[in-house]
Design a binder for this molecule. Sequence first.
Ligand code: GRF
Length: 219
Amino acid sequence: MKSEQAEPARIVVLISGSGSNMQAIAESCQKQDIDANIVAVISNRPGVPGLDRAEHFELHSEVVDHTEYSTREEFDVNLIRAIDEHSPDLIVLAGFMRILTPDFVRRYKGRLLNIHPSLLPKYKGLHTHKRALEAGDKQHGVTVHFVSEDLDGGPNIIQAVVPILDDDNEHSLQSRVQNQEHIIYPIAVKWFTEGRLSMLKGDAYFDNEALPENGLQLN
Ligand code: GRF
């Protein structure tokens, strides 16, 4: 556990688009539900709405535009440089739509979180809402997990389950899932900053207990 005198944790958030999860975490920090500061928001795309949200919250933001680099490795080296300028305790991927190199993932192992809109290990990758609907699933949801070198494959921390309704379409389902995203991501970040979460040999631990494959269930 963090000691009483510890400085607020330093968080760098990586985004590619809307930034609504970044906003949910920023609000929790602002309300001091989370004892942490977002010290930088870094986007790989210029001009995205998430950068406006960062400005609204008076957060420092930067763009490391992936189109300016000819290889994934070169982009990641520059991204690492930008992140490390801020000496973060935690790196939060919040709708960051880039596949990261193994070197990047290894560098931040155990302090790199991601949110994925499915009940992992189900539906890794893209178009998760569409795939859940097409499969006729009765429930869907969202997962916060530690990032490992497997895409969407690191150990799960927390999930929220969302029922699929008969008249759901991709948009309605996505919107209900997003409501849950904005609840569970701040919870996971809070736990991390309180020293309650860790990753050891590929497993996630909460209060020193190994978490089940699905992680903790919010509902
Ligand atoms: C979310 O649906 C998240 O699950 C996925 O990308 C989306 C990001 O949304 N990884 P936002 O940029 O946080 O609004």
